[in-house]
Design a protein around this ligand. Sequence first.
Ligand code: B12
Length: 227
Amino acid sequence: MVAIPEIESTLRDVGLVSRGGFHPQAEDRVPPMPDEADVGTLLLVGNVGDAMWRHFQAVKSEYAADHPLNEWSRRAIETIAARCGAHALFPFDGPPYLPFQRWAQRAEPVAPSPLGTLIHPDYGLWHAYRGALAFRERIALPPFDVRSIPCDHCRDKPCLSVCPVRAFAAGGYDVGACLGHVGGEHGGECLERGCMARRACPVGERYRYAADQARFHMHAFLRNARP
Ligand code: B12
């Protein structure tokens, strides 16, 4: 049976990291293995800071322009899955989308920030999920790392006040207002340097995405989220 440290080292080779795992229950709605067997262990895979970006950037031009990072993720994670006898699942396959944010909260000490994206006590908002490895076996996992949620102690919540179009003001995320701003004549600051609300968060400073990585994500968002 594969061990977690072995998988972690294979992921690190392409700039990815294990984002924790859990033993799924029926209510987790983890799809079965290709032969319909139940999944014994689900391991989330993601990116933290700029490690993945450095690997992806070097080969970006080999991938089609529409969704290069998704294609890169699929190739990298399916290769790793085949090597360790797992089945790969992806957050971008859908709709309907797999509940990666719910799974993430089972696997690691992350919680919804006021922006809707999950905050991690160390990485802040500078992380995401690129896939998951589903194993038939029940692999031994380290104990869940219980941590406090930074937003619970953040009095000023600058993330909620800096957005020029108040896209997060009403307790949800106004995608239309956000897109209108980012793609409009005053959206350059978000489009070229990354979402101002996300950048206003003081947590995880050293994991902040570099300018070219932030620009890539914002351009992809604008290209793909428009109706
Ligand atoms: C559809 C989608 C979008 C849509 C619409 C999002 C919306 N209306 O909120 C669009 C295209 C606009 C979008 C944009 C972005 N997205 Co998006 N998106 C998704 C996607 C593919 C599916 C979400 C979904 O429908 N899940 C299905 C439901 C059933 O899953 P669930 O886990 O049970 O649901 C949880 C979430 O819905 C969450 N939630 C969602 N919105 C809100 C809002 C609030 C206030 C709260 C408290 C919770 C919450 O709560 C649920 C329970 O935990 C996910 C990937 C995925 N598979 O989850 C990424 C995902 C959520 N997106 C992500 C990101 C990073 C972004 C962007 C910031 C990208 C960028 N430009 O850099 C932007 C901006 C979003 C923002 N500022 O909040 C990340 C978030 C990572 C994280 N740290 O949590 C995800 C997980 C993708 C990934 N690869 O990691 N996204």
